[in-house]
Write a protein that binds this ligand. Structure first.
Ligand code: NAP
Length: 253
């Protein structure tokens, strides 16, 4: 029956950037659907772990700086020592730097590109190698943005990285579908998290944004639970290389 195909009992999901915000919402959603969770953030996420173990699921919290891909082999080793398999990867960790393009620094370029796209590619590669070894197939879900489709303003490295996320999602889907690995992305709209704090406290900018969202509200981490469970589950086995906007209608406007 169709609802059974959304059941993720026995699956292990690695979710990056799950100490707060959207990553925490998605990790909890996946755990509600049955997954055990490996949660990665700059320092091992605690609060998220408590919410997941309260659901009766296992949680392994790992601290790593995804701004440097040298951390990936150790992350994989620790994850596999605990769970012996991985079935789902959610590449959610991301940062943003705001500055006029005319004054934007190389550091703000590199820092954002390293976390938002370089580590997304190399962690996907490491996990896909594991999926191949397991001969299990697997699901990779990358977190894109409205700025994967639009230019934005004062966030050049963020726009570059999130535009690249969509392209790399398509490329990996093309190469790995033959191994039963689905690679898709979610493009959240304007969501109430730390990432958008600066926008939300700026009354004028906040009003401009809200006026354009057909749903009439900022999105919440819980709004990503359904979409991530769908893309992590057999219910989406024939969906590949696609980026699903979860934006209260922003892009339709
Ligand atoms: P957030 O509240 O700022 O959380 C970011 C998460 O990423 C935190 O768990 C953080 O962990 C982790 N992280 C940051 N740098 C890291 C690093 N170098 N190594 C490991 N982990 C790192 O952000 P959010 O709003 O939930 O955003 C999550 C994702 O959605 C990002 O990719 C973001 O670009 C994207 N997104 C957000 C929005 C929005 O409106 N909020 C819209 C579109 C897309 P620590 O706290 O331990 O550093």
């Amino acid at each position: 029956m169709i609802l059974n195909s959304f059941d993720l009992k026995g699956k292990v999901a690695l979710v990056t950037g799950c100490s707060t915000g959207l990553g925490q919402g998605m990790a909890v959603g996946l755990a509600q659907a049955g997954c055990d969770i490996i949660g990665v953030a700059t320092s091992a996420p605690k609060d998220t772990g408590e919410r997941i173990t309260a659901l009766g699921r296992r949680f392994l919290g790992l601290g790593a700086d995804l701004g440097n891909i040298d951390c990936i082999p150790a992350l994989m080793a620790q994850a596999l020592a605990e769970f012996s398999h991985i079935d789902i990867l959610v590449n959610n960790a991301g940062i943003i730097r705001r500055e006029d393009a005319i004054a934007f620094s190389e550091k703000d370029w590199d820092d954002v590109m390293n976390v938002n796209i370089k580590s997304v590619f190399f962690l996907s590669q490491a996990v896909a190698r594991q999926f191949k070894k397991q001969q299990s197939g697997g699901k990779i879900i990358n977190i894109a943005s409205m700025l994967s489709f639009q230019g934005g303003i004062r966030v050049p490295s963020y726009t570059a990285s999130k535009s690249a996320v969509i392209g790399v999602t398509r490329l990996l889907a093309n190469e790995w579908a033959q191994h039963k690995i689905n690679v898709n992305a979610i493009a959240p709209g304007y969501m109430a998290t730390n990432n958008t704090q600066q926008l939300r406290v700026d009354e004028e900018r906040s009003k401009e944004i809200l006026d354009r969202i057909p749903a009439g509200r900022w999105g919440l981490p819980d709004d990503l639970m359904g979409p991530v469970v769908f893309l992590a589950s057999p219910a989406s086995d024939y969906v590949n290389g696609y980026t699903l906007a979860v934006d209260g209608g922003w892009l339709a406007r």
